[in-house]
Design a protein around this ligand. Structure first.
Ligand SMILES: NC(=O)C1=CN([C@@H]2O[C@H](COP(=O)(O)OP(=O)(O)OC[C@H]3O[C@@H](n4cnc5c(N)ncnc54)[C@H](OP(=O)(O)O)[C@@H]3O)[C@@H](O)[C@H]2O)C=CC1
Ligand SMILES: CC(=O)[C@@H](O)[C@H](O)COP(=O)(O)O
Ligand SMILES: [Mn+2]
Length: 377
């Protein structure tokens, strides 16, 4: 049976790799819909190649998608609308908080969600997980796909904790004085993965690992004190489950996002996309994170533990600060500074029980962070 898939964020790093998987095995998939933010030219080429029933564009030249046989959804909210179209699986590969509405829409429609957009789970927290419990969510983030695979068929009461590995990013060996001078071109040189700009900067600050700790806490229901992070420069081991008898089951795979993407799209089947690692001759190292220098990881864990509006505020402040860093309006070390300052002034937002409530926190934190960026620019 061909899986009917919707790819949200089809023009990005995850989206294009998902289409590579589909291109390699066209007999296994039917692309029902594709969506992008503003890259109409690439979306048009994708529509020409994959002939989906729907094409969605949030902003930009939607007129250029006309005449291809696809129904065009355009304007703000087009992606979330597409996410509710009946499908076997929806891949959410949108970047940032903008992906939350689509996550909610897919889950509410009863669609299975292959989730790359970690910001949805970070900002939406328990409330999104309640929606996910009613439907089905398969993680795409490499560490969470690893954990998902290690947990399959295990007795939950025998799980003692989780291990997330971090590459350490391009700056792990630098000292504070050198870190102060790094620019976007340095941060965008990830040592092991090729990814979109936002997540690549998050990897360099270690915010990516902080977001992933929160993501793991919600996806797998494991308390923060039982989630460990180890810096593993080789990015061969992606995660592991620690058991009460002292055993650990680790997941190792090539640094190739097509594997977790394909696993989530065709779950529980595996596609022969790559060869296993050679193992013999490899050297693997596991180190403590440098929390004194890379403040985003402990800030994120503290926000996760605080709960309520804190993770959404952390995420929004980070998105604003990363954008400003990429635009050279602030320095690298000002990213954690701004995030920390915003977290210090989070007011009481009451319980976050719907999208509007989470969006209110996001808006507030963006304003707070934006003011702090302008003060430094
Ligand atoms: N890249 C990777 O290897 C990994 C990524 N992830 C996560 O996956 C998600 C996507 O990352 P990545 O592919 O790197 O990001 P990219 O920046 O490469 O791509 C983002 C995609 O989202 C679309 N998009 C941006 N804003 C909106 C919006 N407001 N509404 C709808 N679509 C939008 C973009 O469209 P357009 O091109 O038109 O701007 C693009 O298709 C992130 O949450 C990231 O953390 C997780 C693990 C690994
Ligand atoms: C591929 C993937 O899942 C990324 O989230 C990756 O883990 C980023 O690498 P870091 O370990 O450097 O954050
Ligand atoms: Mn990851």
């Amino acid at each position: 049976m061909r899986r009917r898939v919707l790819i949200l964020g089809s023009t990005g790093s995850i989206g294009t790799q998902a289409l590579e998987v589909i291109r390699a095995r066209p007999e296994r998939f039917e692309v029902v819909g594709l969506s992008a933010s503003s890259n109409a030219a690439l979306l048009r080429r994708q529509v020409e190649e994959f002939a989906p029933r729907y094409a969605a564009l949030e902003s930009g030249e939607a007129g250029s998608l006309a005449g291809l046989g696809a129904e065009v959804l355009s304007g703000p909210g087009a992606t979330a609308l597409l996410a509710a179209v009946p499908a076997d699986v929806v891949l959410n590969a949108v970047v940032g908080f903008a992906g939350l509405a689509a996550t909610v829409s897919a889950l509410r429609a009863g669609n299975r969600l292959a989730l790359a957009n970690k910001e949805s789970v970070v900002a939406g927290g328990e409330w999104v997980m309640e929606l996910a419990r009613k439907g089905a969510l398969i993680p795409v983030d490499s560490e969470h796909s690893a954990l998902f695979q290690c947990l399959e068929g295990r007795r939950r009461e025998e799980v003692d904790g989780l291990l997330l590995t971090a590459s350490g990013g391009p700056f792990f060996d630098l000292d504070a004085s050198r870190l102060a001078g790094v620019g976007p071109e340095d941060a965008l040189r990830h040592p092991t993965w090729r990814m979109g700009a936002k997540i690549t900067v998050d990897s360099a600050t270690m915010m990516n690992k902080g977001l992933e700790v929160i993501e793991a806490h919600h996806l797998f229901g494991v308390p923060y004190e039982r989630i460990r992070v180890a810096v593993h420069r080789q990015s061969a081991v992606h995660g592991g489950v620690l058991f009460t008898d002292g055993s650990a089951i680790l997941h190792a795979a090539p640094t190739d996002m097509r594997l977790p993407i394909a696993y989530a799209l065709l779950y529980p089947e595996r596609l022969p996309l790559a060869r296993p690692l050679p193992f013999a001759g490899e050297r693997w190292t596991f180190e403590e994170p440098r929390n004194d220098l890379f403040r985003c990881l402990p800030l994120a864990v503290a926000a996760g533990r605080a709960g309520g509006p804190y993770p959404a505020a952390l995420n929004a402040a980070n998105e604003v600060a990363v954008r400003a860093f990429l635009d050279r309006r602030i320095k690298f070390l000002q990213i954690p500074e701004i995030v920390e300052e915003v977290l210090e002034v989070v007011p009481d937002f009451g319980p976050l029980r719907d999208l509007e409530a989470v969006e209110a926190v996001d808006r507030w934190a963006r304003e707070e962070a934006g003011r702090r960026v302008r003060a430094r620019a």
